[in-house]
Design a protein around this ligand. Sequence first.
Ligand code: CP3
Length: 336
Amino acid sequence: MNKLVSCLIGKKNSCIPIWFMRQAGRYLPEFKKIRSKNPDFINLCLNSELSSQITIQPITRFDLDAAIVFSDILMVPFALGQNVKFEKDVGPILSNFNLDSFLEVSEELFTKRLLPVYETIRITRRNLDKRKSLISFIGSPWTLAIYMLGLKQEKNILNNDLLERKRKELKLILKSLNKFLCAHIINQINSGADIVQIFDSWAGLIPEKDLDNYCYQPNQELVNFCKNNNIPVICFPKGIKKNYANFANIVKPDGLSIDYEINPEWARENLEGVCIQGGMDPKMLLSNDELMFQEAEKYIKIFKDSPYIFNLGHGLLPGTDPYMVEKLIKFVRKFE
Ligand code: CP3
């Protein structure tokens, strides 16, 4: 068992594994160089050689315990037939959702369209140090549906009217996505990944009364699937505040990634039976050494007697100086 897996499922607290969400990407000059020659982001994710190189980039530079596959949660809507484009300074743009063509996609076709992602994983596993984890990931059904149905307005606010109009369709999509997401999980694991992280990045937009149907249940089904297949699984229901406690009790993942709004002391007291991951505000890496180290030490001390994975409360920000990442890792390593 590598360090990350033994912390996650062996619940070992003798070490602090480190990796970062969005560790491969826009803050790295070596990524920007490849990206500038590859204007189509989806095509870049379908280029297994380049995607594998990008996956390894942060591992070459830093002393991390895991690589995360370079891909995107929106590869799933892409494989289900939706057009996905990434516009600079705008974000992802998806073509109109068509329920009929969505329901027609077979699991075979879905898998066929994602074969390059699985090849990325195979190449990466061959080139990656055996002691390091290779993390695969999916978006949760709700977070994918946000993009598939365009449920979010600018400024990251839920379009309530649209949600009300789309409730029936949403229910069907959440249910249908499960089968494809399970296939994507298994395919990634069979290609050489050893952990799955489920990103529910927009869980915080779910109205309180709908958390059960749109967050806990869909995540629980995926976690149960992972458990039945002995796949270590980490959940990240970003933005649900105190409902993290309900999430931990109901969904019971191996690992629970906390966001920067969660008080770590509250998390230690209220999130039982899970390995906690992350929490520190990624903005700390935009501040100065002293503030960043102080904050990192806070998390390390609070979780010193429980299994804890060092990570952030969301992904590394595009403006992050790679040198700050290096300094942070060296600082955390001192506590081992
Ligand atoms: O190290 C890594 O984490 C790289 C792999 C990775 C990417 N996206 C690459 C990427 C992962 C794990 C993701 C997950 C992802 N994608 C999430 C969940 C995590 C989160 O941030 O909440 C979400 C919501 C998406 C959807 C998405 N993809 C958005 C909103 C955007 C545009 C803005 C942004 O956040 O970058 C993307 C594009 C994207 N995905 C880029 C990268 C490196 C930037 C592409 C570019 O160069 O323009």
